[in-house]
Write a protein that binds this ligand. Structure first.
Ligand code: PGA
Length: 250
């Protein structure tokens, strides 16, 4: 049985005060360890959020990182900096960076390698555009993103990864994929993993769904056999709605 995993991606939202209150509220509301819970605040609030959730079961993640250990990379943050700030996780390849900022697959591959080598658990995001789905290209796109993103990663590194399937057309649009659509792609990813890395690795892999997950649609999506959790954007910004999704995962 894979443990369910709910991660909140706060994107570029929250003030310092709001981040602290949100982190404290989530930490207080997550009791027991039936579900793995993580929050991914903006960089400047990582330290204060890590402090706010200390001693609770809630983990902290970065929303991105650079692949270099250090260097003249203005505006960037290294995997080790995230670890030092209290992170266990990092999101790599979110569609807002792939499509919004044009980050190419080879760059995401370097990030996945560097972050896992540093000791972070990577939440590696993949997802098709609406036009790609309508053209029948969903599986091609998803497998290309997985294969290119994880190319050259060791079996050990892959065992520490989480995949997030986030159809781009469902992110922040209120258009959630149907449970059947999510299940179909998740099963496809797991089958590909089995081919590439073996049955044990595929069986252990956590595959999260992301895209307009809310407390009222979470249970049905999370009930799908290959859906192991959710990467939540908008609904992670309110304590009640995020905890509602965590409860739906139990
Ligand atoms: P959403 O975002 O829940 O607001 O659709 C999900 C994500 O971008 O990870």
């Amino acid at each position: 049985m894979r443990k369910k995993f709910i991660a909140g991606n706060w994107k570029m939202y929250t003030t310092a005060a709001a981040a602290k209150a949100l982190a404290e509220g989530v930490a207080k509301g997550v009791t027991g360890n039936a579900v793995t819970v993580a929050v991914c605040p903006p960089y400047p609030w990582l330290g204060l959020v890590a402090d706010a959730v200390k001693g609770s079961g809630v983990a902290v993640g970065g929303q991105n990182c650079h692949h270099a250990a250090e260097g003249a990379y203005t505006g960037e943050v290294s995997p080790q900096m995230l670890l030092d700030a209290g992170c266990q996780y990092v999101i790599v390849g979110h569609s807002e960076r792939r499509h919004g900022l044009g980050e190419p697959d080879r760059f995401l591959n370097l990030k996945a390698k560097a972050a896992t080598a540093a000791g972070l658990k990577v939440i590696f995001c993949v997802g098709e555009l609406l036009a790609e789905r309508e053209a029948g290209l969903t599986e091609d796109v998803i497998w290309f993103q997985v294969a290119a993103g994880l190319n050259g990663l060791s079996a050990d590194a892959v065992s520490k990864l989480v995949i997030a399937y986030e159809p781009v057309w469902a992110i922040g649009t209120g258009k959630v994929a149907s449970p059947a659509q999510a299940q179909e792609v998740h099963a496809f990813i797991r089958k590909g993993f089995a081919r590439q890395y073996g049955d044990a690795a595929a069986g252990a892999l956590a595959i999260l769904y992301g895209g307009s997950v809310k407390p009222d649609n979470a249970a049905e999506i999370l009930r799908q056999p290959d859906v192991d959790g959710a990467l939540v954007g908008g609904a992670s910004l309110k304590v009640d709605s995020f905890l509602g999704i965590v409860r739906a995962a139990v």
